[in-house]
Design a protein around this ligand. Structure first.
Ligand code: HEC
Ligand code: HEC
Length: 465
């Protein structure tokens, strides 16, 4: 195990050192901003999140990054601490680094204070040296900063990076060859979630995607990972998502005044390049930009935290009703109804060929003209509504999965949330109809179920989408 880890470290180290194309360690975005402004974005992101080699996790980030969180008890002194440790994620071994959160975060670059020994039955933690700030009873300490993330990074480099990219931007070296592009995590947005409309993903959603893969796309299943390995990868993916979103937001914030195009416009209006930069530097000095950046980060963090809460997850208020002829018929009527308009995208026969696939000329997200008419996701990729006759569902095929798709839509795509428009029974009727669609017998060309199954259905195409 150890030698494998060392080999991995070396190998990923080499990747980073040689900086081959997209696998270089900067893991970053920052396109189209004027250089001085890019520099601000870089230093701010590095300060908050570190680099792939030196990951930084501030205490507020809702990532399970450390080995254990402990509370200092009475009777502790210098480097011998009585601690109350609840839920250590791995054994506290000698050599594990310690960070103080209750007092101050240990400064970077100084000689690390590490664990000498941990005597579990006595809750006694001996450190190689006394920490700079004397520990007080009640102080919280974090043991093993970033170990889980470091583990996660190595596994990510091995299994995910060639598709999802170093920065989680979905631009790994394999990505250009894939249709249905690997997810760009930097919008903090995931498609197949069990959470309510507009909410971020729950950890268990990422766990499910990693375990089962996404059928009909190149996202493979990683069933063979051990539970602690998937845990580490999930935390790392969350880290990349938060880091990416923070950077993304900073770019958006600054682009209106300092993108290359905005600067060019300002110069056209009589300002000079120097003046623009001077104004930017003043705003940074006065803390105005930092404040705005921090506010956005706090909102993002709050959104991630609330998505992990119990009440974030969709729970049907009523049990699924029997998938009998009546329910399927009601489901079909709803499917065809102008109110829900599933047909506009999925087509009357459910083949994914509705009118919107060739008639939508404006992007619903950006309001700009589409390159080609059709439907696009938030990442700017063209996408097709699912062919519902194939019985292949990317977000899982359990009735509750389909229920969640109807209730909250598919995030980041034009597939809308229908929860507010439907009664519980209607939702289940639609689920029953969707699950029946691949088996539905119909008179070819009419879209109408025949009275008796005398006519065989037209053969269904076997390609994805
Ligand atoms: C061969 C390429 C490939 C590899 C390797 C790969 N993925 Fe993916 N992944 C994809 C594609 C393609 C999608 C997008 C599917 C879609 O949009 O429906 C995706 C989507 C995802 C999503 C988004 C799910 C959602 O609901 O939005 C997550 C999370 C994810 N992958 C995590 C991982 C992790 C973690 C690994 C490594 C353990 C990994 N992937 C390895 C191709 C890959
Ligand atoms: C505005 C267009 C639009 C409308 C309206 C729409 N969908 Fe979709 N639907 C999509 C798109 C696009 C996808 C594929 C998203 C993706 O890439 O995963 C999709 C995917 C699906 C899926 C597949 C879920 C999975 O896990 O793979 C189901 C089921 C579905 N839609 C059912 C419905 C039903 C039922 C209705 C009406 C109540 C409906 N859709 C209305 C666009 C639409």
């Amino acid at each position: 195990m150890r030698s494998k880890l060392v080999a991995l470290v070396l190998c990923s180290g080499m990747l980073f050192v040689c900086g081959c194309g997209r696998t270089e360690p900067q893991f970053s975005y920052r396109e189209g901003l004027s250089p001085r402004v890019q520099e601000y974005v870089r230093t701010t992101v590095d300060e908050k999140f570190g680099t792939p080699h030196k990951i930084r996790v501030w205490d507020k980030l809702p990532i399970q990054a450390h080995t254990a969180l402990a509370t200092v008890g009475e009777g502790s002194k210098d480097n011998s601490l009585v601690v109350d440790i609840s839920g250590a994620s791995r054994p506290i071994e000698p050599g594990t680094e310690v960070v103080w959160v209750g007092g101050t975060i240990m400064p970077r670059g100084s000689a690390p204070v590490t664990v000498e020994a941990f005597t579990k039955d006595k809750n006694l933690l001996s450190l190689v040296a006394a920490p700079p700030a004397a520990p007080k009873a009640g102080d919280k300490i974090v043991i093993g900063p970033g170990q889980t993330l470091t583990h996660g990074r190595l596994l990510y480099a091995e299994h995910c990076q060639h598709c999802h990219g170093v920065a989680g931007d979905g631009q790994g070296p394999t990505a250009p060859y894939l249709n249905v592009r690997p997810r760009d995590y930097r919008k903090g947005l995931f498609k197949f979630t069990s959470t309510k409309e507009g909410m971020k993903a729950h950890r268990s959603d990422l766990a499910r995607v990693i375990e089962d893969g996404i059928p009909g796309t190149y996202m493979p299943s990683f069933k063979l990972l051990k539970p602690e390995e998937s845990h580490a990868i999930i935390e790392y993916v969350l880290f990349l998502a938060m880091r990416g979103e923070s950077e993304f937001q900073m770019n958006n914030l600054l682009a209106s005044d300092y993108s290359d195009a905005s600067v060019a416009n300002r110069i056209k209006d009589g300002e000079t390049q120097e003046k623009v930069i001077e104004e930017f530097v003043t705003r940074v000095k006065e803390g105005e930009i930092d404040e705005e950046v921090n506010q956005r980060n706090e909102k993002m963090i709050a959104d991630w935290v609330s998505a992990q809460a119990e009440d974030a997850v969709i729970v049907p208020k009523e049990k699924r009703n029997a998938s009998d002829e009546e329910s399927i018929k009601r489901g079909r009527e709803l499917y065809l109804s102008g109110n829900l308009n599933c047909v506009a995208c999925h087509g009357e026969s459910g083949l994914g060929d509705g009118v919107q696939t060739y008639s939508v000329t404006k992007n619903t997200d950006t309001g700009k003209d589409n390159v080609e008419p059709g439907l696009y996701d938030t990442w700017g990729n063209k996408l097709k509504p699912r062919n519902l006759r194939l019985g292949m569902y990317r977000g899982g095929r359990r009735p509750i999965d389909i229920y969640a798709r109807i209730e909250a839509g598919i995030k980041g795509t034009p597939m809308p949330a229908f929860g507010a428009k439907l009664t519980e029974q209607q939702k289940w009727d639609i689920v029953n109809y969707v699950l029946e669609l691949p088996h539905e017998l119909r008179t070819p060309g009419t879209g109408v179920a025949p009275a008796s199954p005398a006519t065989k259905p037209a053969p269904v195409a076997t390609t994805a989408h």
